[in-house]
Design a binder for this molecule. Structure first.
Ligand SMILES: [Cu+2]
Length: 500
């Protein structure tokens, strides 16, 4: 390819855009095929052998490594003794909630059967993860990283890192996931986890051999899902680390924050090439207090001057200039039903139905949003502990956070210029968080607490976004291969959408 030497930066960008359009017109985006055998296995993660969920004998499961717009095909063989679904946390599933893998959107894959997911990482870059969405299976593993790289043609505002490291952090319970579910069903708490793990490993195993190997002077990208840089439960971040210290071994430390009990902590070793110096056993003090955390959140801003790929969930970066057509307040609560703990949103504690809501379209625990309206969603958390919320199918702009209850006056404190768009947001104790988004992705989408105990006990709901045009431009048809369950068994497929 000839590249004129005198081209200005702007012209080069224009030329690249033209090239990209040609490429799209010529060929379908590349496909990646995966075959996953999901089984139980025995692993010793916190000292005692226990039953874990493995994918192709691995925990964490295989990484899905792809590039924006790639098509992903995953044939899942469920060899567990329970129904199974995978959800792709943070993947927006444009027009395609049929593949979102929550019990309200899909029928489960029955034990001993298989199902093939088809989805596209449409217009997204970043780190995401998948996990089994039914019951408490997530606590037994079955999760893994989804790494969506930016296309070569689209610039990012940093040099290509020397390497890319996953940091998948999770709570770990030594009890079986079915036992945890039984505890919750009986109205008991599952208590605090036994500890934290990084990439499926406890501290000892994450250090020997070292988990991350670096060379002095180089910069590395860490793909992180969970809590460290104050990454809240269910959040994903990737961050750059320059190996600018004296070549030696160092600890990467992950510790919990904002829980009453003693901190849970896990470390992994980062080894500089050629190092023979063990890591210093003296770990740095972590930050403390809410204010630090909120301030750090405020410091996450878009670099509005960088020419770079960025999520564009609204078809406009100027989210602060769009008129809000509706405010949806979602207040969480905790209460007893039949003497047992339940969690709720706006007083409704969600229970999964035998038939996905997708098939029924309307149910009392489903909110309806008008297609393409720009909506402000306010999460209120009156509890004493922090919560985090995720909206499937979307990324949103977290415009504001504050103490107490939200009022229209609270809008004066919003960042309407350069907050980052994300799929999961924290709500501090006795506080609110307001997010803004255009409901332009038709389908049935789960809104959930990422605290899985609360999620299991009803702190989740669905939002139904229907395109009145009934056009394939707005939503794909229900795939012929969709599993059927409950009330829709034997019924014909819903009427097809028509080409635009
Ligand atoms: Cu999601």
């Amino acid at each position: 390819m000839v590249r004129p030497a005198t081209m200005t930066r702007g012209a080069a960008a224009a030329a690249l855009v033209a090239l990209a359009l040609v490429a799209v017109a010529r060929a379908e985006d590349p496909y990646h095929f995966f075959e996953w055998k999901v089984t139980y296995g025995t692993k010793t993660i916190m000292g005692t052998p226990q039953k874990v969920i493995l994918i192709n004998d691995m925990f964490p499961g295989p990484t899905i490594n792809c590039t924006s717009n790639n098509n992903i095909v995953v044939n899942v063989f469920n060899m567990l003794d329970q129904p199974l679904l995978f959800t792709w946390h943070g993947i927006q599933q444009r027009k395609n909630s049929w593949q979102d893998g929550m019990p309200g959107t899909m029928c489960p894959i029955a034990p001993g059967t298989n199902f093939t997911y088809h989805w596209q990482a449409k217009d997204q870059i970043g780190s995401f993860f998948y996990f089994p969405s039914i019951g408490m299976q997530r606590s037994a593993g079955g999760y893994g990283l989804i790494s969506v790289h930016s296309r070569d043609l689209i610039p990012v505002p940093f040099d290509t890192p020397a390497d890319d490291f996953p940091v998948l952090v999770g709570d770990w319970y030594t009890k079986d996931h079915t036992v945890l579910a039984k505890h919750l069903d009986a109205g008991k708490s599952i208590g605090r986890p036994a500890g934290l793990i990084i990439n499926g490993k406890n501290e000892k195993d994450a250090s020997n051999p070292p988990m991350y190997n670096v060379e002095a002077g180089k910069t590395y990208r860490f793909r992180n899902t969970y809590d460290s840089l104050d990454v809240h439960v269910g959040q994903c971040l990737s961050f750059l680390v320059t190996a600018d210290q004296k070549p030696a071994d160092y600890f990467l430390v992950v510790s919990t924050r904002f829980i009453k009990e003693a901190r849970r902590m896990v470390t992994a070793v980062i080894r500089y090439k050629g190092s023979s110096t063990p890591p210093s056993p003296k770990l740095p003090e972590g930050p403390s207090g809410w204010a630090w955390s909120i301030n750090q959140w405020r410091s996450f801003r878009w670099n509005l001057t960088a020419s770079a790929a960025r999520p564009n969930p609204q078809g406009s970066y100027h989210y602060g200039q769009i008129n809000i057509t509706r405010t949806i307040k979602l207040s969480t609560s905790r209460g007893k039903v039949g003497g047992k703990d339940r969690y709720a949103i706006n007083g409704v504690s969600h229970v999964d139905a035998e038939t996905p809501l997708q098939a029924r379209r309307m149910a009392p625990n489903v909110l309806t949003a008008e297609f393409r309206t720009f909506i402000e969603v306010v999460f209120e958390n009156p509890e004493k502990s922090i919560d985090t919320f995720h909206i499937d199918g979307y990324a949103f702009f977290a415009a504001g956070m504050g103490p107490g209850t939200w009022s229209p006056q609270s809008r004066k404190t919003y960042n309407l210029l350069d907050t980052v768009s994300r799929h999961t947001i924290q709500v501090y104790p006795r506080s609110w968080t307001a997010v803004m988004l255009t409901f332009d992705n038709a389908g049935m989408w789960n809104i959930r607490s990422n605290l899985w105990e609360r999620h299991y006990l009803g702190q989740q709901m669905y939002i139904s976004v229907v395109s009145p045009a009934r056009s394939l431009r707005d939503e794909y048809n229900m795939p012929e291969s969709s599993l059927r369950c409950g009330k829709v068994v034997g019924l014909p497929m819903p009427p097809s959408y028509l080409p635009a």
